[in-house]
Write a protein that binds this ligand. Structure first.
Ligand code: SAM
Length: 442
């Protein structure tokens, strides 16, 4: 009908984007002229158009694979984050679709890739993420430190060095009866710390946390907490960030603190470099908030984001040990997390469906429409996912949700993901490509 594929029409009917027609005695849908007109007008509203903005045309001509590009410059590698995008993607979108002095938002900012790119391109940045870990990393990545802050970090590094030096002799010290190092610092409940960490690692992490908590400057403390969090999985018995399998990593006493010191050195060099590059005039705000609760971002000129995919990750699970060591309750974030595998694989009527995802995005786009400037763009980087064996075209789901809220699709660019990058979702194999969906406020 009206050049619309049957599957697309069914999706629109299921999501309520077009009215459901009457059914005949056999249960077949009978489209009246009015129903048909509604489908035609909806199809026209979301039909990709050739935008007259030369920026869009240039973006369509870019080679988006960036297979050999360097991605770890400045503070980008401060902390691992599942499914973070490569900085070249937001960089190109920000350059083409905004101007110096504009405000660029990432409403699912994760580890802050867009925010850092916006700042270094002389734009203001605002980020939103419901994951407390994401907010901490994003702040650390976008806060340049100058002399007083760096001096405080030097003092902290010295304190760590003293602790490290006090651990090693004790392990062979006959007079102290080989007493292992003990910290008076706080640690998470034994269910987590005893199961996932060697006893000596727990003591060293507790001591590091204690030293970090004692720091007075907020920016320095946040940077050190980020460095601390960045080593938690590496020094645990968890196989990797995305694999919950126990494995003995053969860490000796003192290794945990030494690993922290090495990461801290790298982080200090990176934030110092940032300080020399970022103009004080440009600011970054990070809100640790649920985007469905209309956070107060202020006016936005451009959105560049990579939303969570339905059924792909469970960030609250992958970040469980890091959140626990930082004193956060993963349950709070779990309730807010959009797309989490947990919600889509749950049993019973409470289980999330593709419609849940689309409805959530209708609410988000309505909220965004009020903040985005007229003619402003929202760019969403998203691939497909699989729910109970069915492939889900997420870009189309989002385009449909946008169309009902005044954000119209103007371009959809397919990009191949470099084969060296890990699968987005190990359950459905390596995802080979993703879409850059560009919507524009009418
Ligand atoms: C694909 S990741 C973004 C990664 C980011 N582009 C980067 O480079 O690090 C999606 C993010 O959405 C966040 N998220 C999930 N549900 C949310 C919600 N209700 N409100 C705000 N953020 C949410 C997750 O915590 C996660 O950080």
């Amino acid at each position: 009908m009206a050049g619309v594929h049957r599957d697309t029409l069914l999706r629109w009917l299921r999501s309520g984007s077009v009215p459901e027609p009457h059914r005949d005695a056999r249960g077949w849908r009978v489209f009246s002229p009015r129903d048909t007109a509604a489908v035609v007008s909806y199809a026209k509203g979301i039909e990709p158009t050739v935008d007259d903005d030369p920026g869009i045309r240039r973006l369509q001509g870019i080679s988006w694979d960036f297979a050999t590009a360097k991605t770890g410059y400045l503070t980008h590698n401060l902390h691992p984050y599942p499914a973070k995008f490569i900085p070249q993607i937001p960089n190109a979108l920000i350059q083409e679709l905004s101007a110096v002095g504009d405000t660029v938002a990432d409403i699912f900012c994760g580890s802050g890739t867009t925010l850092l790119e916006a700042l270094q391109l002389r734009r203001h940045a605002v980020g939103v993420d419901a994951n407390p870990l994401a907010a901490m990393i994003s702040r650390a990545k976008t806060t340049p430190l100058e002399t007083p802050g760096l001096e405080a970090l030097e003092a902290h590094r010295d304190a760590c060095r003293r602790v490290a030096a006090s651990i090693e002799p004790l392990t062979n010290d006959l007079f102290h009866g080989d007493q292992p190092f003990r910290s008076a610092g706080w640690r998470p409940a034994p269910e987590l710390s005893d199961f996932w960490f060697e006893p000596h690692v727990v003591e060293e992490l507790a001591e590091l946390r204690h030293l970090i908590d004692g720091m007075t400057g907020e920016a320095e403390r946040n940077l050190c907490a980020t460095v601390f969090s960045s080593i938690v999985v590496a020094v645990s018995k968890q196989d990797s960030d995305t694999r919950y399998v126990r494995r003995d990593k053969g860490l000796a006493p003192g290794d945990t603190i030494r690993r922290y010191q090495a990461q801290l050195d790298t982080a200090m060099a990176a934030v110092q470099e940032l300080g020399a590059l970022i103009d004080e005039e440009f600011s970054c705000r990070v809100l640790n908030a649920d985007v469905l609760e209309a956070p107060d971002t202020g006016p936005i000129d451009l959105v560049v984001t990579s939303p969570p995919y339905p059924n792909a990750y469970s960030y609250h699970l992958y970040h469980r040990s890091r959140l626990a060591w930082l004193g956060h309750d993963p349950e709070q974030f779990k309730r807010k997390e959009i797309g989490s595998h947990r919600k889509y694989s749950a049993k019973g009527r409470g289980r999330a469906t593709p419609e849940t995802f689309q409805q959530e995005f209708r609410r988000i786009f309505q909220w965004l429409h009020e903040r985005l400037r007229d003619g402003g763009y929202a760019c969403l980087v998203i691939g497909d996912s699989t729910i109970r064996g069915e492939r889900l075209d997420n870009a189309s789901l989002l385009a449909d949700a946008g169309a009902t809220t005044g954000l119209r699709e103007v371009a959809r660019i397919k990009r191949t993901i470099a084969p060296t990058r890990k699968a987005f979702n190990p359950r459905i194999g390596r995802i080979k490509d993703e879409n850059i969906l560009i919507l524009r406020k009418r």
